[in-house]
Design a protein around this ligand. Structure first.
Ligand code: AMP
Ligand code: ZN
Length: 278
């Protein structure tokens, strides 16, 4: 895929699934990785009304370098940037939160970080008055998640898959969209390197040993023989997703008794984690 083809694939996804309108207030959640930096650049280039949000995980040098890159990139692109720190929001660095929570639960590093990030990002996006929240999820992320859900024997936890998330329609949930959803990770990396984006290409140091990592390796191995495997997994899941959602749409969102944020339980997953770090 060349530069033009890459850009037009992203445009097509936005158009086909009606992900964004020019009148939307779009907030891009940027980690500083290639995916979120690429999507930020493209949405600005396509003329959307974009701002960026970054959660500083306070993981030492790693976080400092990402923050520096994001600040520089947003300045170049003339995109307003909102930064929130986990130390300010939750009272501790992400490493410290994880080590406490892991000693008391069976939750994995990425799960803990993901739950708290999603909770904070949705809350801040809503408070900032945004109506669309963009993430950098790509085809590899999607195929891994779908397969992990199959292996757990629970396809319903895949309801957040698809280029737009809309299981529970609620005024407290900001609509999440994923313009890179059908693009293979290596194509995103190729584009990001070609464009010389200020990006660190190493994976998060905490991802080592994670279950997702094993699934990634397995899919990459099979892909050598069957180059469509990731797209096949995602496209076949996309075909049954509307029916899964139809069943789930009957679920009414509950507001967490502790924090008031929307979720599926009386106490949301973020608060059930936060109880250990108070
Ligand atoms: P991950 O769960 O690490 O695969 O990240 C998925 C998406 O969440 C990324 O593509 C970003 O859009 C967003 N994201 C991840 N980490 C952060 C962060 N520290 N701050 C803001 N957004 C993030
Ligand atoms: Zn809560």
């Amino acid at each position: 895929m060349n530069q033009k083809q890459f850009e037009s694939r992203v445009r097509q996804t936005i158009k086909k699934y009606n992900l964004l309108k020019k009148s939307d207030k779009v907030l891009v959640a940027v980690s500083g990785g290639k995916d979120s930096m690429t999507v930020l650049y493209l949405l600005k280039k396509f003329g959307y009304n974009v701002s960026a949000l970054h959660i500083n995980l306070e993981m030492g040098k790693w976080s400092e370098m990402h923050l520096q890159n994001i600040k520089q990139f947003c300045k170049e692109l003339k995109v307003p940037l909102h930064v929130y720190s986990v130390r300010k929001e939750f009272g501790r660095s992400m490493c410290s939160i994880k080590s406490i929570v892991k000693s008391r639960t069976k939750l994995q590093d990425c799960t803990i970080c993901g739950i708290l990030r999603r909770w904070l990002i949705n809350k801040k996006a809503r408070e900032l008055g945004m109506n669309k929240l963009v993430t950098g999820h790509n085809l590899d992320d999607a195929s891994q998640t779908i397969l992990m859900n199959y292996f757990k024997g629970n396809l319903f936890i895949g309801l957040n898959e698809g280029p737009y998330v809309g299981i529970i329609q609620d005024k407290k949930f900001v609509q999440r969209v994923k313009p890179l959803y059908f693009i293979p990770e290596k194509e995103v990396e190729k584009y990001s390197r070609l464009m010389k984006f200020p990006v660190i290409y190493e994976r998060c140091p905490c991802v080592v040993g994670a279950y997702r990592h094993e699934i990634r390796g397995m899919l990459d191995d099979i892909e050598k023989e069957n180059k469509n495997i990731k797209a096949n997994i995602v496209m076949s899941f996309m075909r049954i997703l509307p029916e899964l959602r139809e069943k789930a749409e009957k679920i009414k969102p509950l507001y967490c008794k502790t924090c008031g944020e929307p979720g599926r339980n009386e106490i949301c997953r973020a608060c059930s984690i936060m109880q250990y770090i108070k």
